[in-house]
Each structure stands twice: as C-alpha cells, then as structure tokens.
Design a protein around this ligand. Structure first.
Ligand SMILES: *[C@@H]1O[C@H](CO)[C@@H](O)[C@H](O)[C@H]1NC(C)=O
Ligand SMILES: *[C@@H]1O[C@H](CO)[C@@H](O)[C@H](O)[C@H]1NC(C)=O
Ligand SMILES: *[C@@H]1O[C@H](CO)[C@@H](O)[C@H](O)[C@H]1NC(C)=O
Ligand SMILES: *[C@@H]1O[C@H](CO)[C@@H](O)[C@H](O)[C@H]1NC(C)=O
Ligand SMILES: *[C@@H]1O[C@H](CO)[C@@H](O)[C@H](O)[C@H]1NC(C)=O
Ligand SMILES: *[C@@H]1O[C@H](CO)[C@@H](O)[C@H](O)[C@H]1NC(C)=O
Ligand SMILES: *[C@@H]1O[C@H](CO)[C@@H](O)[C@H](O)[C@H]1NC(C)=O
Ligand SMILES: *[C@@H]1O[C@H](CO)[C@@H](O)[C@H](O)[C@H]1NC(C)=O
Ligand SMILES: *[C@@H]1O[C@H](CO)[C@@H](O)[C@H](O)[C@H]1NC(C)=O
Length: 512
C-alpha cells in the first residue's frame, strides 16, 4: 500500500511539476510576445530650452535605463494636428486635422468617422491588449459638437478623457462615457494627480499573473498653459530664467512676415512674463516626474517592470523669447518641432542613444510592431529595430521628413483691436501675434550624420521661402534662400512637393 501511495504521489508530483513547467514556458513565451506598453505624453514640452532637465527621475528611470533619442520630431508644431498624427501614424495632409478647431477637424465627426476608427488604439484589442487612457486627448474632445462625453474613442477599455484643452483644475472628464466634474482642490482635482491616481488603480487592480498584456497612455496637461504647478512645487526653480542662448531675443531677419512683427528687444514685462512661464512649466513637470517614479515603482513591485516598455514623449516643442516671440509654438524652427523621446523595456540596452531621425507618426507603427503586428495605413515607420539592434533588422534610415502647419486666425483679438479682421491669432504680450492665416507652411527636413537642412515654403502673399543649414547655424538665424543655387532649390521643391502629397510607404524616401 505504502509503495503504491508513494508511486502515486511521485506520479502526481511529476505531473504537477510538468504542468507548472508548461505554465512557466507559456508565461515566458507570453512575456516575450506580449509586452505591456506605457506611453507617457506631455503637452508642449520642449527639448531646446532644456525642457527635460526638471524631470531628473524620469531621465534616470527611463532614459538611462533604455535609449534616449537625440532627433525626435513632431510633424506639426500644434497640439491637435500633432496628436492626430500620433494616433493615426499619418501626416496632417492625410488625417486632415488641420488645427485645434472642430471646423479644422480636431476630433470632428468627420475625423472620428474616417480616422479615429483606424487609429492605433483600435488595433490593440486584436492583439489581446487591455487598454487604458487618462488625460488630454484632442483639444475638442468631449464637447457637444464632438459627440459629448458619451463619445469614447474606439479601442479603449478604461477611458478617462479630458474634455477640451489642457487645464489643471475646474474641468470635466469623460469616465467611460459619463461626465465626472472636478473643482480646484489639490490633490483630488489636480489633473496630473488624477491621471496618476487612476493609473495606480488600474495597475493595482490587475492580477499579478494576468495573461492579457496592457497598453496604457498617460497624457498630462503639463507643461501646457495655464502652467499651474502643484502647491508643493510652487516655489521650485525660483532662481531660474528662460535660457538666453540661441535665437533668444534676436531680431529676425529675412524671415516670414509674422515673425518680423515681434518686438525686439522684448519689453521688460514680456521678459519677466516669459521667465515666470518658464519656471511654472518646469514646476508642472515635477508632478509628472513624481508620477513616472511611482508608476515604475508599482510595476517593479508587481513584478512586471521587466516586461513593460515605457515610452516618454511630447506633442510639440515650445519657445519663450526666441526671435522675440513671447510664448507659444506653431513655428517651423527646431524649438517648436523637436520633442523628447526616451524608451526603456525588454531587449533595450541601457545607457544608449540614437541619432536616427524619428517622428511622432512612427510611434503607432512602433507600438504595433512590438506587439508582433503592424499599423495599417500609417505614413510613419516602426523604429523597433533601433530599440533592438541585436535583432539585426534594417534600421529605418529616413533621410528626409515633412513638417506641416496651417496658421490659425480669428476675426477679433481680445485686447488688440488693431488686428480686427486681419486673420491673426494668439496675440499676447504687447499684441505680438504668434499665429496668422498666412503662417501656413510646409517644410522638409533632411537629417543625417553630416547634413541637417531645412527647406520651408509659405502660403502667403510673398510665397516666402526659408532655408537653414542647421549644422552651421543651429539657431536658424540665417535664411539661405537668397544664396542657395537654383538647382538645389529645385530639388528641395520637388522633394517637398513629393512628401506633401505622399501616402503610406511612399513617405519613407524622397526623389533625388
Ligand atoms: C540653451 O540652454 C538650454 C538650457 O540650459 C540648453 O538645454 C540648450 O542646450 C542650450 N542651447 C544651445 C544652443 O546652447
Ligand atoms: C475634414 O476631414 C474630412 C474627412 O477626411 C475631409 O473630407 C474634410 O475636407 C476635412 N476638412 C478640412 C477643413 O480639411
Ligand atoms: C475654479 O472655479 C471656481 C468657481 O468658478 C473659481 O472660484 C475658482 O477660482 C476656479 N479655480 C481655478 C484654479 O481656476
Ligand atoms: C504660488 O506662488 C505664487 C507666488 O509665487 C502665488 O501667487 C500663488 O498664489 C501660489 N499658488 C499656490 C497654489 O500656492
Ligand atoms: C539655482 O539654485 C540651485 C540650487 O541652489 C543651483 O544649483 C543653481 O545653480 C542655481 N541656478 C542659477 C541659474 O542661479
Ligand atoms: C546598465 O546595466 C548594467 C547591468 O545591470 C549596469 O552595470 C550598468 O551600470 C548600467 N548602465 C547604465 C548607464 O545605467
Ligand atoms: C546579429 O549579427 C551578429 C554579428 O553578425 C551575430 O553574431 C548575431 O548572431 C546576429 N543576431 C541575430 C539575432 O541574428
Ligand atoms: C481651422 O480650419 C478651418 C478649416 O480651414 C477654418 O474654418 C477655421 O477657421 C480654422 N480655425 C482657426 C482657429 O483658425
Ligand atoms: C499676412 O497677413 C497679414 C494680415 O492679414 C498681412 O498684413 C500681411 O501682409 C500678410 N503677409 C504676407 C507675406 O502674406
């Protein structure tokens, strides 16, 4: 009897071990195939004014533990067009969200019907992902004309979408289609804290050994206006000012009309105001930095940090005093189009850097390829092989890319009656306008180890053209249009024409 029992027990043990081993193999295979992805997107965070400096913990925990991209760009220096590109993987001329208004297709019914239904979140479910979104989506999201808070973009299982543009207090969220109102108490209403708290709840609520991977997007209002810091960060960086380098307070010469109307040198109160905005932007980012640290701690204690990619980026850059423009984006210069990108995760070697040019339209294809899939209809390209060079894939070598902006305008400008009916916009300090109908341009940027050129054409009454050699002139002070030979200009023109109308794979290279 004892012998039989023993044998049974041994058999039982062996079977149990086999089952466990099989589970182990399955879960290891699963871990490799189905990594979690967390995408943190900030609003208006620059690179060229040191916009990443205040986020020291994020650099240490994400950048230094993975890869930092030195040449990440947005293909449009304005929130809604850029975000629409992030979600669709498409250039503006293909997704048609031209500006931040509903009439310009920002979260418009037409956009929802033609673009949102094919945006990257709609493909996550078919790869078995549980999905979570919290924060700012598109500037018109949740408003009546955009379908109200009831409209939850397809693909998201857990949805905490901000109604309207970035704010820190006094807003509504769509919580899975139901309105949740917030006042102005810290921390329960501070939007970055709310995003943080909801993300924690989601992670803590998931079973440790859950088989389904997740995709989480945390889209913070920081460091967009109205630049409201959390109370505990209210007096940080009090000795800092906007950097005085590059094109700061430099009078623009031979540039497009809009930029030449800036007041240079800037009046004292404009300088003071830009400096205060600079400090408050950094302060708002401290709350994002705290969130990133806590999310990574949570992943670690839940045992899933090693199977999770963290992407960190921003929708567009920013300027504070460059060429005398007090505060905004919407310009073709690097300060408005360069954005941060760092990634950590499985198979990414720590402490690495990449000089490859990567774009906001590449994010969706990259997410999908990390899941073993691909992003249909994208103009961008996956940069997975830059993350995993050990796989010996072909790195995307993109010599040339496109930047597009359609200038915004309105009939009346509050406080600046001289601009009534002038098609101007965003006229703030001393009525210096940051946008206008004729600030409509398309550029090509060529970037490689040896070359970094920018060629831009405006739709304005002068058919303005600007050309910069960023290797020789990183601050873009000297427009080379007058001194560039016609043959070179003809080639630029041809390439710009090509990319301005390109679709899909055709956007990856240009005629030479
Ligand atoms: C300007 O200053 C900022 C902040 O210190 C720095 O990050 C940036 O690299 C500087 N740019 C140039 C062109 O020196
Ligand atoms: C808005 O998007 C729709 C669908 O792509 C397009 O037909 C329409 O022309 C767009 N509107 C503008 C102003 O571009
Ligand atoms: C929030 O709204 C209330 C009520 O309108 C107002 O008194 C308060 O000043 C607002 N707070 C902020 C931070 O805007
Ligand atoms: C933050 O500090 C400024 C002065 O630097 C003050 O005006 C403001 O009321 C403070 N805000 C909070 C929320 O403490
Ligand atoms: C501001 O103060 C900090 C901490 O005391 C110091 O490290 C930094 O160099 C100072 N910066 C400036 C611009 O004075
Ligand atoms: C990268 O990881 C290795 C092994 O854990 C460690 O020794 C090294 O210091 C790390 N490098 C950086 C830049 O963090
Ligand atoms: C990549 O290339 C190296 C050097 O040619 C080779 O040793 C390695 O096995 C290759 N790795 C893969 C995953 O193919
Ligand atoms: C956005 O684009 C639409 C379509 O061209 C235009 O009607 C609207 O005035 C634009 N909005 C702004 C603020 O420029
Ligand atoms: C741009 O628009 C403004 C305001 O309508 C006008 O005064 C200016 O001449 C225009 N400039 C160009 C180059 O089109």
């Amino acid at each position: 009897m004892a012998e039989v029992n023993n044998r049974n027990r041994n058999t039982y043990t062996a079977i149990t071990m086999m089952v466990f081993y099989m589970f182990f193999l399955i879960s290891v295979a699963h871990a490799v195939d189905n990594p979690n992805i967390i995408f943190i997107l900030t609003d208006d965070q620059d690179v060229t004014m040191g916009g990443q400096i205040p986020m020291a913990k994020t650099k240490k925990l994400v950048g230094d533990q993975g890869i930092i991209f030195n040449n990440m760009f947005t293909t449009s220096p304005l929130c809604c067009p850029s975000r629409s590109s992030i979600f669709t993987g498409r250039y503006v001329h293909n997704h048609n969200a031209l500006n931040n208004s509903i009439s310009g297709n920002c979260s418009s019914p037409a956009w929802q019907k033609t673009q949102e239904t094919n945006a990257f979140p709609t493909y996550l479910k078919s790869h078995g992902y549980e999905t979570f979104f919290a924060g700012k989506y598109l500037n018109q999201y949740g408003k009546k004309a955009a379908g109200g808070v009831e409209h939850v973009p397809p693909g998201w299982d857990n949805w905490y979408g901000l109604v309207g543009n970035s704010v820190y207090y006094n807003y509504s969220l769509s919580v899975n289609g139901k309105r949740e109102k917030h006042g102005d108490q810290y921390p329960q209403d501070y939007l970055t804290s709310v995003i943080h708290k909801r993300a924690r709840q989601f992670l803590d609520g998931r079973h440790k050994w859950s088989n389904s991977p997740f995709f989480m997007m945390l889209s913070t209002p920081a460091c967009h206006s109205p630049f409201t810091p959390a109370p505990q960060h209210n007096s940080s960086f009090s000795n800092m000012t906007a950097p005085r380098n590059g094109s700061y307070n430099v009078k623009a010469k031979n540039k497009h009309w809009l930029i030449e109307q800036a007041i240079v040198p800037m009046p004292d109160d404009s300088v003071k105001n830009s400096d205060e905005i600079f400090r408050n932007r950094w302060r708002t980012l401290l709350s994002v930095d705290d969130m990133v640290e806590d999310i990574l701690d949570t992943l670690d204690s839940n045992g899933i940090l090693d199977n999770t990619y963290i992407f960190f980026s921003s929708d567009n850059g920013y300027h504070l005093g460059q060429f005398g423009l007090p505060y905004d984006k919407r310009q073709l210069y690097d300060f408005d189009i360069r954005v941060p990108l760092m990634v950590r995760g499985p198979g990414i070697k720590n402490g690495t850097f990449s000089d490859e040019a990567v774009l906001n339209i590449d994010l969706a294809p990259t997410f999908l390829s990390l899941m073993g899939g691909f992003m249909p209809g994208a103009d961008g390209v996956s940069f997975k092989d830059i993350l995993h060079p050990q796989d010996n894939g072909t790195k995307p070598v993109r010599g040339t890319f496109l930047v597009e902006h359609t200038g915004e305008y309105s009939d009346t400008i509050k406080g600046c009656p001289q601009y009534t009916g002038q098609n101007m916009n965003n006229c703030d300090q001393h009525c210096v306008c940051e946008d206008s109908m004729n600030n409509t341009f398309a550029c090509i940027v060529q970037i490689s180890q040896t070359r970094n050129m920018k060629y831009c054409e405006f739709i304005d009454s002068q058919n303005s053209v600007e050309i910069y050699d960023l290797k020789a002139d990183p601050a873009e002070l000297t427009n080379l249009y007058q001194t560039t030979d016609p043959k070179t200009i003809a080639l630029f023109e041809k390439q710009l024409q090509f990319l301005s109308t390109c679709e899909g794979d055709r956007c990856h290279s240009v005629p030479t």
